[in-house]
Design a binder for this molecule. Sequence first.
Ligand code: NAP
Length: 357
Amino acid sequence: MTTIDPKAPVLVTGASGYIASWIVRDLLEAGYTVHGTVRDPQRKRGMEHLHALAEQHPGRLQLFKADLLTPGSYDAAMQGCELVMHTASPFVISGFSDAETALVRPAVEGTRNVLESVERTPSVKRVVLTSSVVSIYGDNIDSLALSSDPEKQIFTEAQWNTTSSVDHQPYPYSKVMAEREAWKMHDRQSRWDLVTINPGLVLGPSLTRASDSASFGVMKQLVDGTMFLGAPKLAMGVVDVRDVAEAHVRAGFTPAASGRHIVNGANTTFLEMGRLLRRKFGNRYLFPFMEAPKAMIWLIAPIAGLTRKFVSLNVGYPLRFDNSKSRTALGLTYHPLEQTLADHFQQMLDDGTVRRR
Ligand code: NAP
């Protein structure tokens, strides 16, 4: 049981990010003092919404400069905090040549760096780490190893991703290595506890326009016609960004919270998401209308920015997650997928990311 003093500041690393901005908003709305770290507090673009959130809500926000790769960077921001929420980590799936530098080092060394600050800061009682479902599985085909019974091919918090590497699925590799590092450091001591949030693909409206989160690239491809006549038959977990933020706050302040939590609102596919969007917005937009044969996706994979190995091991295989622990232990309820998609797409229409028809 860990009780957090509601008057103590709460540290949120990577405060300007897509998910973190919603966490900061929820904390400020509830009246907490938030210490937010960002790489460049003086940066104009991508900070406006944080200043606006602080003005609109009763809590207080103080921004600190910190970088995942700079030792000691988080010490100042952590002073006096009992609760640390570590969200900062690159979420990019393309556009880099060296995955070790772009993903793995900031994720793993960054987590170690933040937790070394926790070790130096006696006030800290709990760390909530933003992990991912990709720390639980690597490729969809891993589902088949769970059971020969398709009904039982469902991932829980008991599983770990053992199939990713820096060369194959580097983002999942960065997440599982970072989470493993966090548990290793946690297990060496008894002063602070560790609670992890393991979300599926996060979608839903954004408070910032400056995030590089891969969530936006996936959503864009879903709605811009890229998949209209040939979506890959790819099963995935999807969750609303507002539910992910709420999960972090509940994980922080629920005294009995412990261990890992799959936070996933729906087990779905691109085609099903296309259907849900079409039901709401009609036939004017080029949402996925049919699935392409796997052989065709395999053939065009390099042009679409995918590896053929990814297509072989993921397309056409099942993928389901059990979210029951998040509902019972954290009391979480989920937005319906249709609403998540509709709110996200409506925001894209309103800000001109996609053209109205
Ligand atoms: P995001 O908007 O890109 O946020 C990532 C944050 O990490 C940014 O605030 C960024 O800071 C920070 N960051 C990256 N490299 C850094 C470095 N070297 N030093 C300090 N900060 C650094 O992406 P997001 O989707 O909100 O992701 C947040 C967390 O959720 C990540 O841990 C991600 O793995 C996890 N997650 C995301 C999803 C999803 O579908 N979006 C699903 C599961 C888990 P700057 O603003 O300074 O660039």
